[in-house]
Design a protein around this ligand. Structure first.
Ligand code: MN
Length: 155
């Protein structure tokens, strides 16, 4: 299988590349190894499973993120927006300056370009989402400071 490595700043580091395909491609489940989300950009324990890489045909990276209770991303923005599809559990999404939003399996969340935010599990529930992170100039995320325990606990 052909593999494409993206910039280290990408949330999803690698995946099977559908670029240049002339017919339908199926990437079989388990084709991409899961990694523990890097501690510089996440608090707590989260696992990231790459689904597909960003390229001229997909325009976004796709990844499945499994957050354990209390786990969350750092604050960050997306240069071309991000779609989150909650696949299990219960989590929180928060935009800077606003109250956090509860999200559950089946919810779809759009993060507009440049909006500072974080997402993760609640303090007492696991949460998983598929993240479609759209690419601009080869980048799909700008990481910032960690979400403190005080920020995480605040409604
Ligand atoms: Mn995000």
């Amino acid at each position: 299988m052909k593999k494409t490595i993206l910039a280290a700043s990408s949330l999803v580091l690698a995946g099977v590349a559908p670029a240049s395909a002339q017919s339908i491609q199926v990437t079989e489940a388990g084709s991409n190894r899961s990694i523990i989300a890097p501690a510089q950009n996440f608090s707590g324990t989260a696992a990231v499973t790459p689904l597909f890489p960003g390229n001229a045909e997909t325009h976004a990276t796709g990844g499945l993120v499994n957050f354990t209770p209390g786990a969350r991303t750092a604050w960050h923005t997306h240069p071309a927006g991000q779609m989150l599809i909650i696949t299990s559990g219960r989590g929180w999404v928060q935009e800077e300056g606003r109250e956090r939003i509860v999200v559950r399996a089946g919810d779809v969340v759009w993060i507009p370009v440049g909006v500072k935010h974080w997402h993760g599990a609640t303090a007492s529930d696991a949460m998983a989402h598929i993240a479609l992170s759209y690419m601009k100039d080869g980048n799909n995320v700008t990481w910032m400071e960690q979400v403190t325990d005080e920020q995480y606990a605040a409604p």
